[in-house]
Design a protein around this ligand. Structure first.
Ligand code: GLP
Length: 245
């Protein structure tokens, strides 16, 4: 793995935006794997500015998102589909038909998971996957568990993830209890993976994921095995790592 040290959130966001824009400039019809949460927001705003200036062109780019809440429609204001449109897609020159997310309203999980894995396969896999990291080490919605799950699957969110994500909802009882998420093989098969981790509340997860053993109890730790994994982290997120990486 490669570690890129950033000063703070803004610096980390610009570095990640630079990596993504380089990918799109080098391969305009690339497949970007995208993430939600607060971590990628700064990178998305930077990319929007560069796109408006004509520095980066998303007209041929395709995207697949990591995850979606089960039970929320694409236009629900807390769905990840809404998040992506509101914070990124609606402000860049991407063709909306080239963007993909799991369908949170499909209750037949076998059908939806097979459909989504086929979407990823038919696109030829992901060129660059962007990841955040949950405070408990989850990536996408691959929660700490006893085994890594390979493909897209439906997960029960852990109490800590429900509590962490409740800040976006009116109250904790409104947070969906389940989500669809890409699996670990989907993520590991991306040709490059870039994780952004910032803030002191990620320091323990970053330490455990990258200075400890590879284990499904700490899902992000599997990235230690990826051949082209880049961690962009700020000083606060690296406070426990020190110079161990
Ligand atoms: C969510 C998402 C993840 C994200 C994580 C961290 O639950 N499913 O993809 O990485 O939480 O979110 P944040 O960046 O807001 O800390």
């Amino acid at each position: 793995m490669r570690l890129i040290r950033a000063k703070d959130y803004q610096d980390a966001s610009r570095k990640v935006a630079n990596i993504i824009s380089a990918q799109v400039i080098l391969k305009p019809d690339c497949v970007l794997g995208l993430a939600t949460g607060s971590s990628p927001l700064g990178a998305y705003s930077q990319l929007i500015k560069w796109c408006e200036r004509g520095d980066v062109d998303f007209s041929k780019t395709k995207t697949v998102n990591l995850d979606e809440y089960v039970g929320l429609s694409a236009d629900h204001d807390q769905s990840y589909s809404y998040f992506m449109h509101h914070n990124f897609f609606d402000h860049i020159n991407i063709d909306p038909s080239n963007t993909n997310l799991p369908n949170g309203l499909e209750m037949d999980d076998a059908k939806e998971c097979a459909r989504y894995d086929k979407v990823i396969r038919d696109l030829g896999g992901v060129d660059l996957q962007l990841l955040g990291i949950g405070a408990n080490g989850h990536i996408g919605f691959n929660e700490p568990t006893v085994e890594f799950v390979t493909g897209t699957h439906r997960v029960d969110l852990t109490a800590s993830t429900i509590a962490a994500n409740s800040r976006f909802f009116e109250n904790e009882s409104m947070v969906p209890r389940q989500a669809y998420t890409m699996g670990m093989l989907d993520i590991m098969q991306a040709r490059r993976v870039v994780m952004i981790a910032t803030g002191a509340n990620k320091a323990q997860a970053v330490y455990d994921a990258f200075c400890g053993p590879v284990t499904p109890q700490m899902p992000a730790s599997i990235m230690q095995l990826h051949p082209d994994f880049v961690l962009v982290a700020d000083e606060a997120a690296l406070s426990l790592v020190g110079d161990k990486l």
